[in-house]
Design a protein. Structure first.
Length: 286
């Protein structure tokens, strides 16, 4: 059966509530799903309750944004099996969220300076929780500034956009140290997004492995067949766990389907079983 170990809900920048996400997982026949919202675990309790009710295994998780080395793109780590209310992780997220609030206000000011009549209050109301760039994009579509979320990112909000503001991120040493401390399994998300060649990617992964990285997201919606093959070989060569996820967000990423990515993604449940074996060998709960 299929699983999906990288998904998002309204607790961060997805468009389905944690309960709706698990209901959707049941609908599409997933055996297990990990909720991995950006820099928060606030939706996990609700998702796990829905999973128990619907018979879908829910892995409690989150996705951390890490400071990337010079020359690399964006680096994220998916944390799986986070314990209930882990204090060190909450403190780290509080620090990140404090910086994000400042960033969101800066984005509003940039947009308004550029002639976009947008307000922080409207974006916050649209988000209903943690505010992310997709909420700005949705508001800009509503205002008629752009015709789509993709256009909003391409022209205004993306890394090269007119109103881009970098966000506060954790250093890899700090993030992986916390995940090791709380007994989470750490997975390098979407390695293609690093924008590095395979040799430089492997060098970086080795450095992260020394800091405690457990695995790599090999199967991913944006990975080509050749990417998947190369990352799988790299993970096996380095003795890392192999993971996979769609990075499902709902309506803000309409081309990405839960469990299937762009249509052909298949993440076998055997990957989850191998992760559980690894955790049991380390004396960690599953």
């Amino acid at each position: 059966m299929s699983i999906d170990l990288h998904t998002h809900s309204t607790a961060s920048d997805g468009t389905m509530s944690p309960t709706e996400l698990i209901e959707h997982a049941k609908e599409v026949g997933l055996k297990a799903i990990a909720l991995t919202d950006h820099d928060t675990f606030s939706g996990v309790e609700e998702a796990m309750a829905a999973g128990e009710r619907l018979g879908v295994e829910v892995i409690p998780g989150c996705e951390l944004s890490l400071e990337s080395p010079d020359g690399a793109g964006w680096m994220h780590v998916v944390a799986l099996w986070i314990p209930p209310n882990p204090k060190p992780l909450k403190e780290a997220f509080d620090w990140v969220i404090e910086g994000r609030k400042t960033r969101n206000h800066e984005i509003v000011e940039k947009l308004r300076t550029l002639g976009v009549n947008i307000t922080y209050e409207a974006v916050a109301a649209r988000a209903g929780g943690t505010i992310g760039r997709p909420h700005f994009a949705q508001e800009m579509v509503s205002l008629g500034v752009v015709s789509s979320v993709n256009e909003a990112f391409k022209v205004w909000l993306g890394d090269n956009g007119r109103a881009y503001v970098p966000k506060r991120k954790l250093m890899p040493e700090k993030a992986l140290g916390i995940l090791n401390e709380i007994g989470a399994t750490s997975i390098l998300a979407h390695p293609f997004a690093l924008g590095l060649n395979m040799a430089d990617t492997e060098k970086l992964v080795k450095d992260l492995q020394k800091l405690g990285l457990d695995g790599m997201e090999v199967i991913y919606s944006e990975h080509s067949d050749s990417d998947t093959k190369a990352y799988r070989e790299m993970a096996e060569r380095l003795g890392l766990l192999v993971s996979g996820g769609s990075d499902f967000h709902g309506a803000v990423k309409p081309k990405i389907s839960l469990g299937k990515g762009k249509g052909a993604l298949h993440i076998p449940d055997e990957l989850l079983e191998k992760m559980k074996e690894d955790r049991r060998a380390k004396g960690l709960p599953v």
